[in-house]
Ligand binder design. Structure first.
Ligand code: FUL
Length: 481
């Protein structure tokens, strides 16, 4: 009997120490009267949904801006273009997908409709589409060709559908245009198999009647969830946040757990105005901001940037394709700053990714694979539950030079690190080589190349116990311009 009681007591004690942590998927509202500490504790326990996590792990995604602008030289078409102008001579979506695969990209997002309203698929909703172009005798469908090429080559597929439409006569007549927009969305969501990301741009203008269009976000989101529940929605969508610039830069302090409310949520614009928050706001997650707010969203950032000055292809920009060094810098400031990179590579008038861009993308893919795959640490840090102030020392393989450190948090348990330091032991002395604030899914920091024998990582400050899932160190090659 005594033995049984002792066993029961032991089991209950063990049970206490293993109580499951309370986590909040994608959103948590603070209870009335929550203290600052309670708010921070909840903020540390907001976690991504399954599809947000899968999206974050893609790291590299590609944008394809292609449409009537490709043939007019414009960036924002007026909507008055003649569909007959759309006539790619050698369109080949497999060439796009195979090129992007060489670059390491895991998803392609196509501008199915840009602001000019021209539809790249044979929609029943308007005459302003590929049906009235000479391309493939009006029987072509770019969305079909790309989605099939993606399926064939194991690439994820998404589309950009511009809410702003400068061609639709009903634009500005809110209910009528919303019905048209939802009909277009439904066609794209139901006729092309699995869709992984849907990109709703934030641009909004006046219609021909001089009225500003009010989008029906509630029904737009319901439509997506009804037909493609596993797709993430970006920008005006509520799964993925625009980083706030088009220059390839995530914040040095980039919180995925943020008081910023997606604009399409009911009350979102008002909640953000009350906190004085916009997508461009520098601080989207500090303790001070969390203390002033009413709740937290898991709303991670996506860095969209073009490989050329424009979003669409213009032959006169052929000599302005970003250099490898510049693309690698962008990799550090996007993927390396807790964001997903969405790099735009616009096909030309043939309907092909231009040779210059294709060569650059391949070089980029090779550089990333060669420089950020094999860590020079002896052993691995897989699970480190770090309290504030905790340090770990890790040995570097003998004789190796190093210049880049990688840190990752297991975001399935939330984003928690607020400050960290990395030191290197060289010639008998420790010195700080990198320090920062947030880590999140992934953080990469460069430092001056050195022959470190060991590294010491310290988690100086965190919200609840930090869950470090990876530490690695590399020697990224210098790139000759
Ligand atoms: C912007 C658009 O206005 C640009 O043309 C481009 O599509 C970019 C990705 O989003 O808001």
């Amino acid at each position: 009997m005594r033995r049984l009681l002792t066993t029961l007591l032991l089991l209950s004690l063990l049970g206490c120490t293993h109580t499951k942590e309370v986590l909040y998927t994608q959103h948590a509202t603070f209870p009335e009267g929550a203290t600052h500490e309670e708010k921070i504790d909840i903020a540390a326990r907001v976690v991504p949904s399954k599809k947000q996590l899968a999206w974050q792990e893609l790291e590299l995604t590609a944008f394809i801006h292609f449409g009537i602008n490709t043939f007019t030289g414009s960036e924002w078409g007026s909507g008055e273009e003649d569909p007959a102008m759309f006539n790619p001579t050698a369109l080949d979506c497999e060439q796009w997908v195979l090129t992007l695969k060489k670059g390491g990209f895991k998803m392609v997002i196509l501008t199915a409709k840009h602001h000019d309203g021209f539809c790249l698929w044979p929609t029943a909703t308007t005459k302003h589409s590929v049906v009235h172009s000479p391309w493939r005798d009006g029987k072509g469908d770019v969305v079909r060709e790309l989605s099939e090429a993606c399926r064939k080559h194991n690439m994820k597929f998404g589309f950009y559908l511009s809410p702003w439409d400068r061609n639709a006569p009903s634009y500005g007549d809110s209910p009528a245009y919303n019905a048209l927009f939802i009909a277009q969305l439904t066609e794209l969501l139901t006729n092309y198999g699995r869709v992984d990301e849907i990109w709703f741009d934030g641009a909004c203008g006046e219609g021909p009647n001089g009225k500003r269009q009010e989008y029906d976000w509630k029904n737009i989101m319901l439509t997506v969830r009804r037909y493609q529940p596993d797709a993430v929605t970006a920008i005006m969508g509520d799964d993925i946040r625009w980083v706030g610039n088009e220059g390839g830069r995530g914040r040095e302090t980039e919180w995925s757990a943020t008081p910023y409310t997606p604009q399409s949520c009911v009350g979102g614009p008002e909640a953000n105005a009350a906190l004085d928050l916009e997508e461009m706001t520098r601080d989207l997650g500090s303790r001070e901001l969390v203390a002033r707010s009413n709740g937290i969203y898991w709303y991670p950032s996506e860095v969209d940037v073009s490989i050329r000055p424009g979003w669409f292809y213009h032959a006169e920009e052929d000599d302005k394709v970003r250099s490898l060094a510049n693309l690698v810098d962008i990799y550090y400031t996007s993927v390396g700053r807790n964001s997903v990179l969405l790099l735009n590579i616009p096909p030309d008038q043939r309907g092909l990714i231009h040779e210059i861009d294709a060569a650059r993308i391949e070089e980029f893919g090779r550089y990333i694979a060669e420089n950020f795959t094999a860590s020079k640490l002896v052993g691995k840090v897989r699970r480190w539950h770090a309290e504030a102030g905790a340090s770990r020392e890790i040995e570097v393989a003998k004789g190796e030079m190093v210049n880049t450190v990688l840190l990752q948090e297991d975001i399935r348990h939330g984003q928690r690190v607020e400050r960290f330091t990395v030191e290197a032991y060289v010639d008998g002395a420790w010195s700080v080589v990198a320090e920062g604030t947030t880590i999140g899914y992934k953080r990469l920091l460069r430092f001056e190349e050195c022959a470190a024998e060991r590294l010491r990582v310290t988690i100086n400050e965190c919200r609840a116990t930090a869950n470090i899932s990876n530490v690695a160190v590399y020697c990224a090659k210098e790139i000759a311009e």
